[in-house]
Write a protein that binds this ligand. Structure first.
Ligand code: FES
Length: 143
């Protein structure tokens, strides 16, 4: 299996790893394909994601995509973060081996879950369709 240089770089020196005690939103998702778990924390000020951290028991690809994804949403408005797709993250990493694409979904889903949590905690109305799960090859693990 071949990883791009960028994947290796983000895997060996991941950005934004850790926990956040005073997070405004926390999202946790599981990957049905491998059972790996991702936790995402966001800090929000005036609709902008001012800080983000993640923790995962996922594989190298999950770590690399989360590192890249958190870089891509940090300092961005929530509306932009919601538009981030796992494809965009994979592209930013110069690709992932096909069998590892499912790993990249964790980051996107965890970001969305953290934003939804932020909305819920603050009583902010939102369009539930934004958070609807794709009917693709994965599903969330609840509880
Ligand atoms: Fe589970 Fe990659 S194998 S996230």
């Amino acid at each position: 299996m071949e990883y791009s240089e960028k994947v290796m770089e983000h895997f060996t020196h991941p950005h934004n790893v850790g926990k956040m005690d005073d997070a405004d939103g926390v999202g946790e998702v599981g990957n049905a394909k491998c059972g790996d778990i991702m936790k995402m924390y966001i800090k929000v000020r005036d609709g902008v994601i001012t800080d983000v951290k993640f923790n995962t028991y996922g594989c190298a690809s999950a770590i690399a995509t989360s590192s890249m994804a958190t870089d891509m949403i940090k300092g961005k408005p929530i509306s932009e973060a919601l538009k981030l797709t796992n494809q965009a993250v994979v592209e930013a990493l110069d690709g992932l081996p096909a069998v590892k694409i499912h790993c990249s979904v964790l980051a996107e889903e965890a970001i969305k879950a953290a934003i939804k949590d932020y909305y819920d905690k603050n009583g902010i109305a939102y369009d539930a369709a934004q958070f609807r799960e794709d009917t693709c090859h994965y599903e969330h693990h609840h509880g």
